[in-house]
Design a protein around this ligand. Structure first.
Ligand code: URA
Length: 239
């Protein structure tokens, strides 16, 4: 009578708490109990009548998975707590009751598109390098974006021990003192866009993420959020 049983890591992931891989780590660390008894076996299965606790909280399988797009303003961190007490992105999600977390990160000083969800498996999948899609940024930089600098960015630059993959970049505006560019990169190294422009001699003065793959920020106002459409959710799952 095993048909309705599923593996414990899947149960935890489907509850929306975290990914299957992280669930395995929680199990191995002794943070998971079934019917009050700590389990360590990764292959353990659970059925509908079982009570599963993670770090002392009972979790349930039928948690609704939710997906939002937020236009993150500058001045918010994308971690879920901040030791310096700075505002965190979830502070902006007024009426969202689910425990959502950001997919990937944006710097404190970067604004723009951030996906927030409680779907641990999807978040984990999108974070994997193999699934990296082009992320599009609008960058205002100091100085001139010469053809030579653009060529370097397109080829790949050394940002300190790491050579970036070829980027797509075009200049939207060039005045005497500064330039506005659209840059698309697939990787997500720490402060990558800022470091890439620095490597060619320009300083980023403002940075906004405007798209992730085919998902666009559009006219969503800064600090505002909306639910993803079923088509957008499908798109993310298909990546
Ligand atoms: N590149 C950066 O420099 N910062 C971000 O937040 C995202 C990409």
């Amino acid at each position: 009578m095993n048909e309705e049983k599923i593996r414990l890591n899947k149960y935890i992931a489907q509850s929306g708490l975290t990914s299957r891989r992280k669930a395995d780590q929680l199990i191995a660390a002794g943070n998971v109990k079934i019917n009050g008894i700590t389990v360590h076996e990764l292959g353990t299965e659970v059925g509908p009548g079982d009570t599963v606790e993670v770090n002392g909280d009972v979790i349930s399988l039928h948690k609704k998975l939710v997906y939002y797009m937020l236009n993150k303003p500058v001045g918010y961190v994308t971690t879920l707590s901040d030791e310096k007490g700075r505002p965190i992105v979830t502070d902006l999600l007024g009426d969202v009751t689910e425990r959502v977390f950001p997919v990937g990160r944006l710097d404190y000083n970067t604004s723009g598109l951030l996906i927030m969800t409680n779907d641990g498996d999807l978040a984990n999948k999108l974070a994997h390098p193999k699934h990296h899609v082009y992320k599009t940024y609008r960058a205002e930089v100091t100085g001139v974006l010469s053809d030579e600098r653009l060529a370097k960015l397109r080829k790949g630059v050394d940002i300190g021990g790491f050579i970036t993959s070829p980027a797509r970049v075009k200049v939207l505006k060039q005045t005497r003192g500064y330039a506005v560019a659209e840059i698309q990169i697939r990787e997500g190294k720490y402060r990558q866009v800022r470091r890439m422009f620095k490597a060619v001699g320009n300083k980023v003065v403002s940075l906004q993420r405007v798209a992730m793959g085919e998902l666009y920020l559009g006219r969503l106002m800064e600090g505002h959020y909306r639910k993803l459409t079923p088509e957008e959710i499908e798109y993310l799952k298909k990546i």
